[in-house]
Design a protein around this ligand. Structure first.
Ligand SMILES: Nc1ncnc2c1ncn2[C@@H]1O[C@H](COP(=O)(O)OP(=O)(O)O)[C@@H](O)[C@H]1O
Ligand SMILES: [Mg+2]
Length: 388
């Protein structure tokens, strides 16, 4: 808390993932939607190489949201977030030059404590539990899923197993390791044949549709797997469910609530919601909020989204994505995103807005939930002293 009673929020953005730039855009939206009367914003940027920058240097990262982010290299104050005895402190790590001069590794000034961190990082090294683990060690409360929920959210195979266990419908699929496939290609062919072509081949943990192919015949399977294995050592071969795609926003900790569902309508030029349709082709996809579906289905999508959120040990927020056939007979959860896009045109904030929660209030709620989760955790004992 600052002397004038504001909550100091570290907004963490950028990062080492393919979704670096989306993260910058999301962070800009989050920061501009935060009520300046309630919050003091402390921007914390991570460049593509994984170096951390505080405040002014972090803002340089945002100054130019072109892919090169040339301004970034001008910043020369990388910081390291370290566990610190008085918690809630950011430790400014020495610049490499200082290290060369023999400064010790925790040298440098400690800036004012932070009350909470909002990680606005998408994909690997941000949404996958790694940053959450670091934040857990610092003791600073943070928005969104914890270590486990974040890791599950990035692992499509583990996620689907847990969903299946909770009776949440998922498509039939098989997982295959690169080493297995390299040893012999025949089992993958059998698995695909078992599901029936076309199949979807995807890396187990990636995002933005990177490495995903719709495979129409056995002759194209190897190339698709090879592509997927560039991004993960495990790949999934999935039965298709094509027709319509819905997304539901979930908010809460132990009593999560669902927004209305929205629909993603993929442009006719694209086979599925690919990287090109998401980010390259301006006509690649449109959204419809709320989705035009019967009222009973709208309710069901919300209920399934909440069940998925609970089954996956999530916290704070998540966007739950669905696949459906054109006639809406089959509905499957495709995946969850624990740090969904937060740009001005992103589904997550728009779905809440359409459900009566404007973005400024949404952010208040997310920060409250982060503080609640921390309070609950602080009450737990981590040691045990047997009674004598
Ligand atoms: N089993 C499937 N059936 C039909 N379409 C699929 C299937 N799996 C993926 N897709 C298409 O590919 C897109 C991206 O897949 P997804 O699993 O969501 O990966 P990412 O995590 O990269 O977003 C989906 O939005 C959908 O259009
Ligand atoms: Mg997706």
């Amino acid at each position: 808390m600052t002397s004038n009673g504001k909550i100091r929020v570290g907004v963490l953005f950028g990062g080492r993932s393919g979704e670096h730039e989306i993260s910058l855009r999301s962070a800009l939206s989050v920061m501009s939607a935060m009520d300046p009367k309630r919050y003091e914003i402390v921007p914390i940027g991570i460049d593509r190489g994984g170096r951390w920058y505080l405040e002014d240097d972090a803002l340089k990262l945002l100054a130019d949201t072109t892919p090169d982010l040339k301004a970034l290299s001008a910043g020369d104050n990388p910081v390291t977030l370290l566990p610190h005895p008085n918690n809630r402190a950011l430790v400014r790590a020495p610049a490499p030059g200082d290290l060369a001069r023999g400064a010790n590794s925790t040298g440098g000034a400690i800036s004012e404590p932070l009350d909470v961190i909002f990680p606005v990082l998408h994909g690997t090294f941000g949404e996958d539990g790694t940053v959450q683990g670091l934040l857990e060690l610092t003791g600073i409360p943070y928005v969104g899923a914890g270590v486990l929920g974040s890791a599950i959210g990035m692992d499509k195979d583990v996620q689907k197993r847990l969903l299946r266990d909770a009776k949440v419908p998922v498509v039939r699929y098989h997982a295959i390791l690169r080493a297995e496939w390299e040893a012999t290609h025949a089992p993958a062919r059998r698995l695909a044949r078992d599901l029936g072509y076309p199949v979807f081949v995807k890396p187990n943990a990636a995002g933005s549709s990177i490495g995903i192919s719709k495979v129409k015949c056995a002759a194209d399977l190897d190339a698709a797997l090879e592509d997927a294995f560039q991004y993960d050592r495990k790949a999934l071969i999935e039965a298709p469910c094509s027709g319509r795609e819905f997304e539901v926003a979930v908010l809460g900790n132990d009593r999560p609530e669902a927004s209305v569902a929205g629909e993603v309508i993929v442009g006719a030029a694209h086979d599925f919601y690919s990287y090109e349709s998401k980010y390259v082709d301006p006509e690649g996809a449109a959204t419809r909020i709320p989705a035009e579906v019967p009222r009973a289905l709208m309710k069901r999508l919300g209920a399934i989204a909440v069940r998925a959120f609970k089954a996956l040990s999530l916290n704070g927020m998540a966007r739950v994505d669905f696949l459906a056939d054109r006639r809406l007979r089959r509905i499957y959860v495709n995946e969850v995103n624990t740090i969904p896009g937060f740009t001005s045109i992103s589904m997550y904030p728009k779905l809440w807005e359409a459900s009566g929660l404007p973005v400024t209030k949404l952010i208040d709620r997310l920060i409250e939930l982060a503080l609640d989760a921390r309070r609950e955790r602080d009450q737990l004992k981590f040691t045990y002293r047997p009674k004598s």
